[in-house]
Design a protein around this ligand. Structure first.
Ligand SMILES: Nc1ncnc2c1ncn2[C@@H]1O[C@H](COP(=O)(O)OP(=O)(O)OP(=O)(O)O)[C@@H](O)[C@H]1O
Ligand SMILES: [Mg+2]
Length: 443
């Protein structure tokens, strides 16, 4: 069973454990403080009471018997104290005071010196929480009965103590939260770095400073990133090397094909070789793109989109009428301008090649993302091909034999570039016919 209040984050858990620990320590500290204070308050109360009782006794006992009632009337008594003179010991409704209190009171009653002939012959102490009664037998007969309040000790009844305690608790809790947040910040940094590495293998390395464990983790992460980078570079290098080396034999084959007798066979052979050459050229471009380390820089996406359309119109003037841009005049994003232009150009060229038109719509940033839609009015993509058109060298059935001249790298290159920007591209068919490529980019 999962605990409801157990937080999901490491920071939350650490903070909770520390705060519970802090609470336990605070409560224990409070208890110790309170017990100590109660002891002290009891002592002070007993001393006070002993002196008070004995002063009253003395003031009454030194007077002659007939003047005692008047003496009691003259006493300056604290509130809640009653003094009476009785002929006999009054029946007391209270229980005898507990022995520790008795001892404490009796020893404090000796503080006030009395001549031996005035000392009480008997003393009885009664009490219950908050109340004490003392009966003292005067040597010459009557009993002096004193009943007074003994307030219960309230160890926390001090505003300054309460304020200090609150300030201490809040300060300790705030310090705990701050320390936890600070200590765990590197975990978030590491997660962000891993996320960044996933998008861009050439992302900046992590700073290798801070506490030892953090520095070690950062160093390990940087080593891993360097290895991945080298791995990707090696593969890309191999790809371009193969592409490069293929060019010479292809040229040689083309030369040889020129000398073939059979006209039909020669035409087909040369067409195949042209296709092969185009694939190699595209592979080399792809390799160049993957290894380029163009930096991210501010650029105007609206201007870029219009440039792509203008260049497409220059290449196919007969279609210029069917190329449209919709959206703001300017829109700043951070991107690699060469790569991003290639990605958009690939999508626009697909729309033109397979749909005979292109409509680029740029939507202003929404929740940190800008969206570019590239739509055409062509046949769209056969649903069965939808999953595969992003695979390298894959061309949908219908376009394979058409004179569109592609090799099937346009979409994978565009997706690669956009993902390296932290964005993506998807393609869907429009309900009213034609395809729509949707590009998302961080604003
Ligand atoms: N707008 C579109 N309408 C219809 N089919 C499309 C569209 N865009 C892409 N496709 C299909 O997806 C396939 C893959 O496209 P991709 O751009 O990757 O390669 P290509 O256009 O064939 O070659 P190139 O490398 O020259 O771009 C295309 O062959 C085509 O069949
Ligand atoms: Mg294409």
């Amino acid at each position: 069973m999962r605990l409801r209040f157990w937080p999901a984050s490491l920071g939350g858990r650490t903070a909770l454990v520390l705060l519970v620990g802090l609470a336990v320590v605070q409560i224990a500290g409070l208890a110790i403080h309170a017990l100590d204070r109660i002891d002290l308050l009891r002592l002070a109360q007993a001393r006070d009471l002993g002196v008070r009782v004995m002063s009253i006794y003395r003031a009454v006992a030194i007077r002659p018997p007939e003047a005692r009632a008047a003496a009691i009337g003259e006493l300056d008594l604290p509130p809640g104290t009653q003094v009476r003179l009785e002929a006999d010991q009054p029946p007391e409704a209270l229980l005898p005071a507990p022995p520790p209190l008795q001892q404490l009171l009796r020893s404090n009653m000796r503080v006030i010196p009395l001549p031996p002939e005035l000392r009480p012959t008997r003393i009885a102490l009664f009490g219950h929480p908050g109340m004490v009664a003392v009966d003292m037998h005067l040597p010459d007969g009557p009993w002096l009965h004193i009943r007074t309040m003994l307030p219960l000790p309230r160890p926390w009844h001090s505003p300054s103590f309460l304020a200090a305690f609150l300030v201490m608790t809040v300060a300790a809790a705030a310090l705990t939260m701050w320390a936890v947040r600070r200590l765990l910040a590197p975990v978030a940094t590491l997660a962000a770095a891993a996320e960044r590495l996933g998008r861009d293998v050439n992302a900046d390395p992590l700073p290798e400073d801070g506490p030892t464990e953090v520095a070690t983790a950062a160093a390990a992460f940087n080593t891993m990133a360097a290895r991945i980078r080298r791995f990707v570079q090696d593969r890309t290098f191999m790809l371009t090397a193969i592409g490069h080396d293929l060019r010479t034999p292809i040229t040689r084959l083309k030369l040889r094909a020129e000398f073939m007798e059979d006209e039909e066979l020669r035409r087909k052979m040369l067409a195949d070789l042209d296709e092969l050459e185009a694939m190699v050229a595209a592979t080399l471009t792809f390799g160049r793109d993957a290894t380029s380390t163009e930096p991210l820089a501010p650029l105007d996406l609206a201007v870029l989109a219009r440039t792509v359309l203008d260049e497409a119109a220059d290449a196919r003037p007969e279609l210029a009428e069917r190329l449209h841009y919709e959206g703001p005049e300017h829109l700043a994003v951070r991107a690699r301008s060469m790569s991003l232009k290639r990605a958009l150009a690939n999508l626009v060229s697909n729309a033109i090649a397979y749909g005979g038109s292109a409509r680029v719509t740029l939507s202003p940033p929404h929740e940190g993302t800008v969206q570019v839609d590239i739509e055409d009015d062509g046949p769209g993509i056969p649903p069965a091909e939808m999953d595969r058109i992003f695979q390298p060298f894959h061309r949908a059935e219908g376009s394979r034999n058409r004179e569109t001249g592609g090799v099937g790298l346009g979409l994978p290159i565009a997706r690669n570039i956009l993902r390296a920007h932290g964005g993506d591209v998807t393609i869907a068919n429009r309900p009213m016919g034609g395809a729509r490529a949707t590009v998302l980019l961080p604003a």
